[in-house]
Write a protein that binds this ligand. Sequence first.
Ligand code: UDP
Length: 250
Amino acid sequence: MGADEVYEPLRILKYRRVLLKLSGEALMGEREYGLDPDMVSRVAAEVESVHRLGVELCLVIGGGNIFRGVSGAAAGMERASGDYMGMLATVINALAMQNELERRGVSTRVQSAISMQSVCEPYIRRRALRHLEKGRVVIFGAGTGNPFFTTDTAAALRASEMGCDALLKATKVDGVYDADPHRVAGAMRFERLDYQDVLTRNLQVMDASAVSLARENRIPILVFSIFDDGGFADIVQGKGRYTIIEHAVQ
Ligand code: UDP
């Protein structure tokens, strides 16, 4: 094969290395709290199909289905303590996803921003890159490792560190709207947005620090529905339904 020829399976890929950000709530299903095994399995099936296409994949999973620092703070707890509890919750979700992916034959590693050697690897950037090159799905746990941040920011940070082509934000709807389409009839859907639009219009997609970080590192954010079967695989092949947030073409 000549140097300028592309290996056939890679030809169909628009994005070769991506980070998928899932909220903890995506794994909760109809429950009020915790993990729904059917939802974990459904999301893992989507991840598996993208992995089989040859995409290098990282995951960041939130912890909102178990604990959020702000809700602890609202109940009188010190915010930082609550945030550490939230970060531990993300590791629980990461382990659940790892278990389900490995059951399906997908090789994975969990790396945590808070060291817990008996449970998973510590976050080591170069090691994570090596895992990706070897075709392992890397699941980043414990967010950024710092209180007062969110897993959205952790996702933008890790996507930047891993040199990802895109940050995919899985939601319950098929893109970014100007209001919650589940509540507001006639809410308008955006096809494409500039990072600045998201910030100035205060669109509730990702928090501002995550959007700023993605903007600085020129990583497009694609917002799509994780409930759309095959939607994730479509997107990495340049198809599917999503809103893209990127620099406006000058
Ligand atoms: N968190 C944190 N630092 C981080 C990431 C997360 O303190 O870098 C804590 C924070 O308390 C947050 C909780 O972990 O509320 C769960 O993360 P997040 O709310 O982002 O989860 P999601 O909404 O995506 O399920």
